[in-house]
Design a binder for this molecule. Structure first.
Ligand code: GDP
Ligand code: MG
Length: 162
């Protein structure tokens, strides 16, 4: 079964997106052997295609320097385990140095990466996504995990590469 991992720095909305995607169709696979405790797994079926969704990122507060180390580890793990990666960034905050760092780590993996700009809650915020093209990516996906905007279109594109 294909594995889709959600990565990105804290507070960008990874868990909100995870919950939005699994919706009511949640089937928890929490006790997958050999997985670390601070990751959330769910089996999702969309248009008859089942896949495993992983929400990365710690669930406990940690120090600043520990954070960067954890982010590197998380994205490294995601890259190893996942077939497709959703790299989530925050459209309200704009592109940050941490985003750039995570992105460069992901690029080395040679796996499909979707660059997701979250918190684009309405058309007024669409302009905020322009910034992110400086990452040198072909396409970014503007979404609002909280309100659901753009999530279905994003998942259609993800499904197409599974
Ligand atoms: P994580 O640390 O990346 O897992 O981020 P969370 O999912 O815990 O979300 C962090 C904060 O961002 C929470 O206060 C969410 O309510 C908020 N948030 C998440 N998605 C959206 C969104 O689409 N729009 C807005 N305005 N806020 C959001
Ligand atoms: Mg989270």
């Amino acid at each position: 079964m294909s594995v889709v991992a959600i990565v990105g720095r804290p507070n960008v909305g990874k868990s909100t997106l995870f919950n939005r995607i699994i919706g009511q169709r949640r089937a928890i696979v929490e006790d997958v052997p050999g997985v670390t405790r601070d990751r959330n797994y769910a089996e999702v079926t969309r248009y008859s295609t089942p896949f495993i969704l992983i929400d990365t990122g710690g669930f406990e507060p940690i120090s600043e320097d520990r954070l960067l180390v954890q982010m590197r580890e998380q994205s490294q793990l995601a890259v190893e385990e996942a077939d497709v990666i959703l790299m989530v960034m925050d459209g309200r905050e704009g592109l940050t140095p941490s985003d750039v760092e995570v992105v460069s780590g992901l690029r080395r993996a040679g796996k499909p990466v979707f660059y997701v700009i979250n918190k684009v809650d309405g058309p007024k915020q669409d302009a905020e996504t322009v910034d992110f093209y400086s990452l040198g990516v072909d396409k970014v996906h503007a979404i609002s995990a909280e309100h659901g905007r753009g999530v279905s279109d994003l998942m259609d594109e993800v499904l197409a590469v599974l």
